[in-house]
Structures are given as structure tokens and as C-alpha cells.
Ligand binder design. Structure first.
Ligand SMILES: [Cu+2]
Length: 508
């Protein structure tokens, strides 16, 4: 821990003990790393950008083949500074702290070759939200060392906003933080035939908080395996960008790709978000809200209608913050929308019915399991246990519907819990109905302070071993992760059955 860091930690402690920010400089709740190191980063000075869409290397009747190199690289994340980061990058693309977006159609297969070229550390790639076979799910111990590659096969069996990110055992947080994350969007005919905003008006927003030293170096500091909070908010790899939006409707796919920070998003002019989707795709019907909470790895989709605002209006996407996040001077801001004239007529609309999400009644469950997420003796544990790849913590049979009760008895932390493989639904939180925007298919559930959630899901469509963990990836790494096995474990569904291969790779 650096002396600077200690200074900051002492300030945090002092601020808490003294009852708040009054002792700190005006307008500063806490001293962020940038301010402490003398780095000035002003919000809303950089242009918004979308990550580039990755083209396949080749395609055949059923499958699109992609190739992504995992490298160390550098580029501009904050104005005027060069930052070293990790990068998912492909030939012809500029290396970025956010990977390229893969866009796919339901039913087509993807083969994505991830090549660990020069990272200097082993990797594993998880496509979050995809029902991949265990050997392609990014199992934490299915590592690709430097000088190796692995071809991941994805069935594209759900139309949703997914993301691919590193999942290497004990190093997920740092690898994701340094840049190993990208969006993966699957669309089906049903969705494409809806009159929702499309094409350039369908925009991904990947939010991550980071911290930098004065020379622009990325600082990873998990505060003693607790959490990694940054004082600088990036969107698609750019600090506090400004996006020119036409006077019309936009669809946004919002992903919280942060390590430990959750957000409560709102618009500075009070305009609503019309919520249309959850982690695993469209909801049954749109619901307007003035703000919503998004935990790490959660995805929410919404439509914002800018047609009601005059050209020149500036609207800040704000973060109202949630409990147990470290707030700094500008972590209450995410990005800004500047309204410009529409280029044409907006023919898009938000239909009253998006798709059918049939609720699973609790009565369908064949059993209930309980998982307690706790801090114990300096470790993050589930039911008192840390990760052990030799232990199976639950063994639902193929097709079983189960209720999982997720407990967080602490007031000091929140835990967004991710269950691999399945999509599930939130039945209730502390006995109350879920928030309207959570009502749909999800794979991450925000287990807040002193909360008990009941989620319900059907185990399939694959058998084998899968992980479940807190998506505060610092917690996950140390070691709030366990695993379940659907049905029988076989040689075929073993997550270690298709190991990475040594380079050079044959032509894809
Ligand atoms: Cu956690």
C-alpha cells in the first residue's frame, strides 16, 4: 500500500469518524487518487465512442469465426495521457481498454479464438450470459497461459446483451480492470422486427470506474482484497464522454463492467428511462422509471426519448450512488448527452408488448437451496466456504426447477450474485416484489445490505460443472465463488476437457 494510498485511507476513515465531508476541501466528499496525485481530469471534455464491431475472419453456412488477441497495449483513456492496459484486440483495430463488440444472430454459431500473445499472465474467457458448454464457459481453472490459444464455441441461443471478460482464477478483478472486457450482442428476428430504435440508434454503454497516477498509469488497488473503487468514471473506455444525440429516441444497452462499484442512474433533467430489457433480453413490457440501480455485471436496456428537448440541451447521466460505494468528487457523473437536430424522421416506437417472459411460479420448484454470502476471517465466503474446484456445492438434475435463497446478513457490503449457465427470475427480495426494472430474465441478482432474495430457475440446457459467485470480482477472487453440477459429470462435460493449445495456431 502506497503512502498516498494510506493518506487517502486515513482521510476516508477520518471523514467517516468525523461525520462527513465538512473537514475536506469544498465540494470534495473524498480525495480521489487523481486529485491526490495532482492529475486533473475534467468531465465532459472527450468525445463518446462506441467500441468497434468485430468482423468475422470467415463465415460458413452455420458459423462465424472470430479471432481476438490478448495483449498488453497502450492508448488514451484520460485526456493528454498515455495509459498501459490489457487489450482484447484484432488485426486492423486500435487497441483499447474496452474490447471490440461482437454482434451475432440467434441460432448462428460463433467460434472465437482467443490468443494469449503477450499478456504475461494466464487468462480464461467467460462469455457472460451465454449458455456455453462447461469447457467453453471460461471455467476459472481452465487457463490459457501466454503462448497458448483456445477456440471457444458459442451457440448464440439467447437474444440479449452479453459481455465477454476474463475469469482467471484469483486474477479476474485485475484482468478485467486492466481492460479484458467487451460486449457481445445477440439479436433474434422477434427483436429485430420490433419498431425499437436500431442501427446507429442502438448504443452500448459500458460503465467502469478506474484510478490513475499523475502520469496516466492505471492503478489497481483492491484495498487488501476488499474492493477496487476508482474516482474516474469511464464509458466505453473514455472518461466522462459527451455524446451528441439527435432529437429522437435511442435504445441504450447499459452494462456495469466495474469491479466493485454499483450505480444508481438518473438523468439530470428528470427525464425517464423507459426500461425494456434485463440481463438476458427484453422484458414483457416497457416500464418508465426515473432512476434505477445497476450492480456489477448487470445489464439493463432502456429507451431515452430526446425529441422532447430543444437542440442544445445538455443532459447528464448521473450516478445517485448506492450504499457502500466510495464516492469522490465526480463519481456522481457518468457521461453527458448533448441534443442536436435530428437527421431524419424518427420512425421508431416502443411497443406495449416486447416479448413474452413467462413467470416461473414458486410451486414449480422441486427444492430450495440456501447460500449465505459473508465476510469471515478476512475472506469472502459462501456458506462459510471458499472456492474449491474439487467440491460440488449443488447438484440439480437436468431440467430441475430450483429456488435459490441468497442471503446477505451484512450491512457493510452488497453482493451482486452471478449464476452461470441459467437464466433465472427474481421472486422476491426480503419478501417484497422485485423492482419493476428487474422483472425479466436475469443472471445477476443484487443482494443488498441485510437482504434475502429468492431466485428461481430451470437447470439446463447443458449438464456439467458451472461456477456461481459474487460479481464484485475482488470478492470472487478471494474467494466468494462455488460451483454446481447439472446432472452427472462426464468426460465430455468436464470444464477442463478442452485445454488451451500451444501457439502457433492453425488457420481458423
Ligand atoms: Cu461480493
Amino acid at each position: 500500500m502506497s503512502i498516498k494510498r494510506m493518506t487517502r485511507r486515513e482521510l476516508l476513515k477520518y471523514g467517516t469518524l468525523a461525520g462527513g465531508a465538512l473537514l475536506l476541501p469544498l465540494g470534495f466528499d473524498r480525495i480521489g487518487y487523481a486529485e491526490e496525485s495532482g492529475l486533473t481530469v475534467r468531465p465532459f471534455t472527450q468525445q463518446f465512442r462506441k467500441p468497434p464491431v468485430l468482423s468475422p475472419v470467415r463465415s460458413d453456412a452455420t458459423t462465424d469465426y472470430y479471432q481476438i488477441n490478448i495483449n498488453k497495449a497502450s492508448g488514451q483513456v484520460i485526456p493528454g495521457k498515455t495509459t498501459q492496459f490489457y487489450s482484447y484486440v484484432a488485426p486492423g483495430l486500435q487497441p483499447s481498454i474496452v474490447g471490440p463488440t461482437i454482434r451475432q444472430r440467434l441460432g448462428r454459431q460463433s467460434v472465437v479464438r482467443f490468443i494469449n500473445n503477450s499478456l504475461g499472465a494466464p487468462t480464461s474467457v467467460h462469455l457472460h450470459g451465454m449458455a456455453s458448454l462447461p469447457q467453453y464457459d471460461g471455467y476459472a481453472e481452465d487457463l490459457t497461459p501466454p503462448g497458448y490459444y483456445k477456440d471457444y464455441i458459442y451457440p448464440n441461443n439467447r437474444a440479449a446483451t452479453l459481455w465477454y471478460h476474463d475469469h482467471a482464477i484469483h486474477h479476474t478483478a485485475e484482468n478485467v480492470y486492466r481492460g479484458l472486457a467487451g460486449l457481445y450482442i445477440v439479436q433474434d428476428d422477434l427483436e429485430l422486427n420490433l419498431p425499437l430504435p436500431k442501427g446507429e440508434y442502438d448504443v452500448p454503454i459500458l460503465i467502469q470506474d478506474k484510478q490513475f497516477s499523475a502520469n496516466g498509469a492505471l492503478i489497481f488497488d483492491d484495498e487488501g482484497e476488499d474492493s477496487q473503487f476508482g474516482d474516474i468514471i469511464t464509458v466505453n473506455g473514455v472518461a466522462w464522454p459527451v455524446m451528441q444525440v439527435e432529437k429522437r429516441k435511442y435504445r441504450f444497452r447499459i452494462l456495469n463492467g466495474s469491479i466493485s462499484r454499483s450505480y444508481r442512474l438518473s438523468l439530470s433533467n428528470g427525464a425517464p428511462f423507459v426500461m425494456i430489457g434485463t440481463d438476458a433480453g427484453l422484458k414483457t413490457s416497457p416500464t418508465p422509471v426515473n432512476n434505477f440501480r445497476i450492480g456489477m455485471a448487470e445489464r439493463y436496456e432502456c429507451v431515452i426519448d430526446f425529441s422532447e428537448f430543444p437542440v442544445g440541451t445538455q443532459i447528464i447521466l448521473q450516478n445517485l450512488s448506492n450504499k457502500n460505494n466510495e464516492d469522490y468528487a465526480n463519481t456522481n457523473k457518468v457521461m453527458r448527452f448533448d441534443v442536436v437536430a435530428a437527421k431524419g424522421v424518427d420512425n421508431s416506437s416502443i411497443p406495449a408488448t416486447l416479448r413474452t417472459v413467462t413467470p416461473i411460479p414458486a410451486s414449480q420448484a422441486v427444492r430450495t437451496r440456501e447460500f449465505r454470502y459473508e465476510r469471515s476471517n478476512g475472506l469472502w465466503v459462501i456458506n462459510g466456504k471458499t472456492w474449491d474446484s474439487n467440491r460440488i456445492d449443488a447438484n440439480p438434475q437436468y431440467g430441475d426447477v430450483e429456488i435459490w435463497r441468497l442471503y446477505n446478513n451484512s450491512g457493510g457490503w452488497f453482493h451482486p450474485i452471478h449464476v452461470h449457465l441459467i437464466d433465472a427470475q427474481l421472486l422476491d427480495r426480503n419478501g417484497s416484489a422485485p423492482f419493476v426494472y428487474e422483472r425479466g430474465w436475469k443472471d445477476v441478482f443484487y443482494v443488498g445490505e441485510n437482504e434475502s432474495l429468492r431466485i428461481i430457475g430451470k437447470f439446463g440446457p447443458n449438464t456439467g460443472l458451472y461456477m456461481s459467485h459474487c460479481h464484485n470480482t475482488v470478492h470472487e477472487d478471494h474467494d466468494m465463488m462455488n460451483q454446481f453440477q447439472v446432472g452427472q459429470g462426464t468426460a465430455e462435460n468436464n470444464p477442463l476437457s478442452v485445454p488451451a493449445k500451444k501457439l502457433p495456431a492453425p488457420t481458423l
